[in-house]
Every structure is written in structure tokens, then in C-alpha cells.
Design a protein around this ligand. Structure first.
Ligand code: NAD
Length: 507
């Protein structure tokens, strides 16, 4: 059997899915930007980059749509998102298949990503009746003070390749119920899934009946298209998901024009295996968090601190799991680890492994699995003598650095001693350790878990991280507030005009 014949055509499958999802062929053929499947390495489509004039027109149209949409009552806006959720339910298998073809995720993870979109739509529908403000006690008689929340404007969404559709929905489902319009620049590596989502949005909009044109649009292109969103005066909020390098460029530009930034950047997530850990449970948690999505989640487990008393019991079992995990075509039943996104992703992995070796690391796995033009690699477990530079940087690949620790204070200090602050976890059955880990002097991350790995968040919680992860929060809890503007209103229903702080000003 030749290597090529092991993997069936991605291009033909993508064409069928795009057709069923109602994406016009003109949108994905004849353009100058090739779209390559990481599954087979084939070119599946040629999409059209948006010109500066087209980006400007999309933003202007979104702004005009916003002026109408903000007047629609929020629960009615929720109805549009409910219809979007219905379209996503109906298209779950197809959209999931396209996520697999374009981002390389194994089928169950791709379906999980679409499920996450459905979940956030449900959440946003409920939220559309709960955009509550406060009533505040006022110091003045016959006055009332309150907070009201109003639609903000056009939200620019810049997304990364590894969650090609869910990240849009975390932002857009909330933004639409909050009364905003959205312009989306997807990763240049995953434009087809974005076109498919836009087609589903348009189906929902047609059923809704009175959605202003331009409320949602997709602009395809590289960083220059992202920059056009970042610099446009009619975009008051940019939600940007991607590398810390991207956030470092985007953050100051937004600050320069006093626009809001919601930054969801790189992570370097850790786990701690404590003396009392349930090792069976920890093994499953670590394996999924470190190897799932071929190590290409922002929340992927990248650093593992194992108590010295557990090291010899746990690490050999983990090595066995690494050696046995099935790497291959993500569409095939039983595959747990699919491809890396592209050749630069593979090269970055090999470079990190070389750096780890040079720093005294002992590398298990990590070699290339030959599958034609695509880049598959066995996940790597690397036993490190200490937390050196390569361990502190995020390499977006399935590499898990394993280190020993003696005291919990030492493990927490090591876990926090990286520039990033996204997600973290401890495996322990000791209540004191668990509480300490999630306390003020425990993990410094936006997400701190006990007895589950750092990856695989639910939409109900606020998602995001500290330090170089950017500080943004998306999805659940009160994240919706980022998509609205807050007004404080004071109303006087009396006949006098008492001034605050007892100030007198008699004219
Ligand atoms: P990337 O930074 O290369 O690209 C992300 C997006 O930013 C793309 O759409 C890209 O075109 C755009 N972009 C890049 N430079 C820009 C600029 N100067 N101005 C405007 N837009 C610009 O990231 P990637 O390789 O697609 O994704 C992997 C990275 O994303 C990892 O670091 C991962 O941790 C991070 N990530 C973070 C989260 C999170 O929620 N914290 C989620 C997913 C991915």
C-alpha cells in the first residue's frame, strides 16, 4: 500500500460539505489563497482575500446594521441566535467534518467544537433576557441611581486556526444578543469553516426575516486584514485570539485609539501530580490534556510536575500511553492524535525537542509519522532536569515536559514561573492541597482545576488568562459585559436639586 493511498481525498470531501452547507463555489474557487488540508496536505480550495476597500465596506455595512440592530429588543435578538443554534444542530456532522479537514482535529473533537457553538448559542438565548444592570443606593433624597447596559457597536473578531469556529461563536453569539454587529477575520489557515459558518448564519437570518444586511460578515486574509479591523475607528472592540506575538502587536494599536481589546493569547499550562493523586484518573486527564488536538490547544498541558514519591509509579505508565496512542488520519475510528497544522508547526516541534535535548532532557517520541505531504508526529514526552528556557516558551505541538518536585510550594512556584497564565490543574485527594492551589497564593492562571486537566473548558465559565495570555475573558459568567457599554444614570424625581458631597452652588 502506498503512503498516499492510506488517506482518502480531503478536497473532494470538502467540496461536498461546502455544497451541502450552502457555500457558493465562487467563494472558495478561483481565489489567490490556497487552502491546504493538514490531513492530506492537499489543496482543497482557493479563497479570495478581501481587498482594503472590501474590508472597509464590510465594516461600514456592519456599523449601519448595528444602528438598526441596537433598537431590536434583546430577547428578540436572542431569537436570531436561537435560530443559529438550530442551524448548527442540523449541520453538526458536516461542519464537524470540515473542521477535521481544515484544522486536522479528530472527529469527536471537531464535533465537540461544533457542540460548543450550540452550547454558547443556548447560553446567549437565555442571556438575552438577563442583560441586567444594578440599582445603586444614592446619597441624595428623591433620586434614583442605576446602571444600564447598551449595545456597543461593531465587534472585530480575529481568530486562530486551532479553534476555527468555536471562538467566533463565543464572541458572536454574545455580541448579537448584546445588540452588536460582527466582522470576522478567521485564521488564513482555516477560511473554509468560516465561510461555512457565515452560510449557516445567513440561513438563520433568512428564517428570522428582518436582520439588517451586514450584521455578520467574514473578511478573509492575512495579518493586514486583521490590522485593518484593529485600526478602524468604527470598531470599538476587537476580540483577538492567537499567539502572544499577535497580541503584542494588536494591543498597543487598539490602546492608541482607546478601543477595547479582548485578548486571548498563548498558554503554557501545567499540571501537578500530588502524593495523594488518583493515578488512574490522573493518567486519563494528563493524556487527553497533553496529546488531544495534537497538542494544539491554547489550554494543552505542556508542563507536568510529579511529586518525587509518585514519579516512578506514574511516569512509566504515562510513557506507555504515549507509546500506544494511535496517530493518523483524524477521520479514522480510533485515531486520537491527528496532524500538526503545517510544516512550520512540525519544524517548531523538532526545534523545541532539539533544544530540550541540549538542555539535558530525555526525549521519548516526537518523530515524524510519514503520511504523504502532511505533517504527523508522535506526541513527545520529555523528562527534564529543570524548568529551562525551552519549557517556559509555548511550542504549539504535542510536547509534554515532565519534572519532579518535592514540596507543593515549590511546584506552585514553578508552575507560576512562566510568562503565560492561561490554565492549570492539580491532581490531589488532599483537600488542603486542592484549596491552596486555587487560593490567592496558588495558581496565578485564569483557569485553575482540581482533578481534571487544564484543557476542555465549558462555556458557562469565563474563559481566558493572565499575564502574556492577555487578560481577556470570553464565553460565560459576566463576559457579556465586554460587548456592551455601561451607563450610570441618576434621576431626580424631587423638586430640589441637592448636589452630591454636600456641595452648594446657589445662583
Ligand atoms: P497567530 O497569532 O499566528 O494568528 C492568529 C490570528 O491573528 C490570525 O487570524 C492571524 O491572521 C491574525 N494576526 C496575526 N498577526 C496579526 C496582527 N499583527 N494584527 C492583526 N491580526 C494578526 O496564531 P495561530 O497560530 O493561528 O494560533 C495559535 C496560537 O493561538 C497559540 O499561541 C495559542 O495558544 C493561541 N490561542 C489562544 C487561545 C486563547 O483563548 N487564549 C485560543 C486559541 C489559540
Amino acid at each position: 500500500m502506498t503512503v498516499q493511498s492510506k488517506i482518502s481525498s480531503a478536497a473532494a470531501e470538502a467540496a461536498g460539505v461546502l455544497d451541502r452547507l450552502g457555500v457558493a463555489p465562487a467563494l472558495w474557487t478561483g481565489g489567490s489563497r490556497p487552502v491546504r488540508s493538514p490531513v492530506t496536505g492537499e489543496v482543497m480550495a482557493h479563497v479570495h482575500d478581501a481587498s482594503p476597500a472590501q474590508v472597509g465596506a464590510a465594516i461600514e455595512a456592519a456599523h449601519t446594521a448595528f444602528l438598526t440592530w441596537r433598537n431590536v429588543p434583546a430577547p428578540r435578538r436572542g431569537e436570531l441566535v436561537r435560530l443559529l443554534g438550530e442551524e448548527l444542530r442540523a449541520a453538526k456532522a458536516d461542519l464537524g467534518a470540515l473542521v477535521t479537514l481544515e484544522a486536522g482535529k479528530v472527529t469527536s473533537e471537531s464535533l465537540g467544537e461544533v457542540q460548543e457553538m450550540i452550547d454558547i448559542c443556548d447560553y446567549a438565548v437565555g442571556l438575552s433576557r438577563q442583560l441586567f444592570g444594578l440599582t445603586v443606593a444614592t446619597e441624595r433624597p428623591d433620586h434614583r441611581m442605576m446602571e444600564t447596559w447598551h449595545p456597543l457597536g461593531v465587534v472585530g473578531i480575529i481568530s486562530a486556526f486551532n479553534f476555527p469556529v468555536a471562538v467566533w461563536s463565543w464572541n458572536a453569539a454574545l455580541a448579537f444578543v448584546c445588540g452588536d454587529a460582527c466582522v470576522w477575520k478567521p485564521s488564513e489557515k482555516t477560511p473554509l469553516t468560516a465561510l461555512a459558518v457565515q452560510a449557516l448564519f445567513e440561513r438563520a437570518a433568512a428564517k428570522f426575516g428582518e436582520v439588517p444586511a451586514g450584521l455578520s460578515s467574514v473578511v478573509i486574509g492575512g495579518r493586514e486584514v486583521g490590522e485593518a479591523l484593529v485600526d478602524h475607528p468604527k470598531i470599538p472592540l476587537v476580540s483577538a485570539t492567537g499567539s502572544t506575538a499577535m497580541g503584542r502587536a494588536v494591543g498597543p494599536r487598539l490602546a492608541g485609539r482607546f478601543a477595547r481589546a479582548l485578548l486571548e493569547l498563548g498558554g503554557n499550562n501545567a499540571g501537578i501530580i500530588a502524593p495523594s493523586a488518583d493515578l488512574d484518573l490522573a493518567l486519563r486527564g494528563v493524556a487527553f490534556a497533553a496529546m488531544g488536538t495534537a497538542g494544539q490547544r491554547c489550554t494543552t498541558l505542556r508542563r507536568l510536575f510529579v511529586h518525587e514519591s509518585q514519579y516512578d509509579a506514574f511516569v512509566p505508565r504515562l510513557k506507555a500511553a504515549y507509546a500506544s496512542v494511535k496517530v493518523g488520519d483524524p477521520r479514522a475510528a480510533g485515531t486520537l492524535v491527528g496532524p500538526l497544522i503545517d510544516e512550520p508547526g512540525f519544524k517548531a516541534m523538532q526545534q523545541a525537542l532539539a533544544d530540550a535535548k541540549a538542555a539535558g532532557g530525555s526525549v521519548h517520541g516526537g518523530d515524524r509519522v510519514e503520511m504523504g505531504e502532511a505533517f504527523y508526529a508522535r506526541p513527545a514526552l520529555v523528562e527534564m532536569p529543570g524548568q529551562v528556557e525551552v519549557v517556559k516558551r509555548e511550542t504549539f505541538a504535542p510536547i509534554l515536559y515532565v519534572m519532579k518536585y518535592r514540596t507543593l510550594d515549590e511546584a506552585i512556584a514553578l508552575q507560576n514561573d512562566v510568562p503565560q497564565g492561561l490554565s492549570s490543574s492539580i491532581f490531589t485527594n488532599d483537600m488542603r492541597e486542592a484549596e491552596l492551589f486555587i487560593s490567592a497564593r496558588g495558581s496565578d492562571c485564569g483557569i485553575a482545576n482540581v482533578n481534571i486537566g487544564p484543557s476542555g473548558a465549558e462555556i458557562g465559565g469565563a474563559f481566558g488568562g493572565e499575564k502574556e495570555t492577555g487578560g481577556g475573558r470570553e464565553a460565560g459568567s459576566d463576559s457579556w459585559k465586554a460587548y456592551m457599554r455601561r451607563a450610570t444614570n441618576t434621576l431626580n424625581y424631587g423638586k430640589t436639586l441637592p448636589l452630591a458631597q454636600g456641595v452648594t452652588f446657589d445662583v
